[in-house]
Design a protein. Structure first.
Length: 212
């Protein structure tokens, strides 16, 4: 039984979407618990991809291919997870801040967050701070993830932190930030709850923030 789950993880790491889909179906037919297929198969594989990405052993294209394979597996699994009452560990709203049109980093973070078992609401690019907050409230999200690739748009991250404060939601909704020009010092300066240097670290950070 466990061998099917190991195979799911292995094929996911290789980015073989069709094989992952077939193996997830096989595991379902073998009556493996949907939560085990998710955690010990799909997410286990994705976390290895995340670790390798952090160590620069694999790069963005491999991560994207692995994420696509994970999506193929979760599509079959989703109805069963819902029926079994398996809930995501938390909800995160992600978006690229107002004035910034870059989305590759944001998309990668979204995939890593999903790969860590979170529900992701993608607000897109050039997002107004009020919109981020509105989506967080509507989706009961406990984390807002803001991305920026330009030094000129980074200041809009501060606006998001201030919007959360003004709404009296500090502590209830955590703000994490990232992007090429963003640093831990900037994070401390604007009062955000966390900073991640890359997509794999962003998933770890989100999990840590959920526990706080």
């Amino acid at each position: 039984m466990s061998s099917t789950l190991e195979q799911i993880a292995e094929q996911l790491i290789k980015g073989k979407a069709n094989d992952v889909r077939a193996l997830v179906q096989k595991a379902i037919d073998e009556k493996v618990k949907p939560s085990d297929i998710l955690n010990k198969g799909l997410l286990a594989g994705m976390s290895i991809v995340g670790e390798r990405f952090k160590k620069n052993e694999v790069y963005v294209p491999e991560v994207l291919i692995a994420a696509r394979a994970m999506k193929a597996g979760t599509e079959i699994l989703k109805p069963l997870l819902v029926a079994a009452g398996v809930k995501p560990i938390g909800t995160v709203v992600i978006g690229t801040v107002k004035g910034d049109l870059h989305d590759i980093g944001k998309n990668l973070v979204g995939m890593m967050l999903e790969g860590a078992g979170l529900r992701v609401v993608d607000a897109g690019i050039n997002v107004e701070p009020e919109m981020m907050l509105k989506l967080a409230r509507e989706n009961n999200a406990t984390i807002i993830g803001a991305s920026a690739l330009l030094t000129t748009t980074m200041t809009n991250m501060k606006t998001i932190v201030e919007a959360v404060k003004a709404a009296g939601l500090s502590g209830k909704i955590k703000v994490m930030i990232g992007g090429a020009p963003v640093t831990q010092a900037f994070c401390d300066e604007i009062g955000a709850d966390g900073y991640a240097p890359d997509a794999a670290s962003a998933a770890d950070l989100a999990k840590a923030l959920l526990k706080k």
